[in-house]
Design a protein around this ligand. Sequence first.
Ligand SMILES: [Mn+2]
Length: 333
Amino acid sequence: MNLRFLLSESSKPLILGHQNADPDAVCAMMAFARMYRIINPEGTPTLIADDLSRLSNQVIDTFVPGESILEKEGIEGDLVILLDTNSVFQLGPKFQKIPQNPSRTIVIDHHEINPETEVLSDHRVVRSDRSSTCEIMVDLFDQYEIPIDPTTANLLLTGIIFDTRRFYFADIMTLQTAIKLIEHGADYERCIKALLMRPDRSERIARLKAAGRGKIHQIGNWIIVTSKIGAFEASVCRALLDMGADVAIVGGSPSKDVVRISSRSTREFSTATAINLGKDVMEPLGNIIGGEGGGHANAAGANGTKGLDEAIVKSIELISRIVEKEHGSAYES
Ligand SMILES: [Mn+2]
């Protein structure tokens, strides 16, 4: 792919990120727009995403206040660039139809390879060995010998810090890239601060109340915590795992005839017990609460209309039954 050529002959590129764009997507988009303006100062890039996360807005306010990412439909472009995104599905329903012409579509992404990407785009930089799209962007700036100014360096370092979970997922290349960005003027402390965000007051109160009401169940060596709260069930589950639970199951009845249950488990728990919260717990609970349940191994939920207390009791039964059946002898000895 000759990125310089594609950008120099396009006057109205559309730079797209995935739905609910996270800081990696947003920072890669902002950096890409800056790269484009250096290659083609005459052109006007448009940045588009279906909703930004709260944290992404905070990052924009920190480093590029006044610059914006649009959510408007119907904007025409002569080149489409997908960042941190490898399928139209990830763009969200509003913008799924934008990529139409593979010869005018570029994909820059670090997720697992998706067969759809090849159909979607003739110009791809897909590197699933990299832990963020922003890291790939640094390589592109280098490859095309485009200078990185301090603001771009801050944006790219922030995206890297976010997607690597502050360098939890990082290798020597990631760390070298981070150093390079600091040498170009990125302020590490500012980047870290741009990514710090306390949850809203109401969410913090929900977490604290649910923790206060929590019931602790010890099954084998595992700690399962159940609780009830009318809102922020998923956030409460994450908080309970942070506090030390192996599994958190939190139900709420935000109004009459509405029952919601959310659950989370640690990787350690799902690996050792093979319990898939979606299939093994939330699917059966869906029946009890007169609705449906499902999800993934470590994060699942159910929605229904009744029977919250019964469902929570049942969830513990379901988990104990599997743990005791698979691992009973180990605990008895
Ligand atoms: Mn990413």
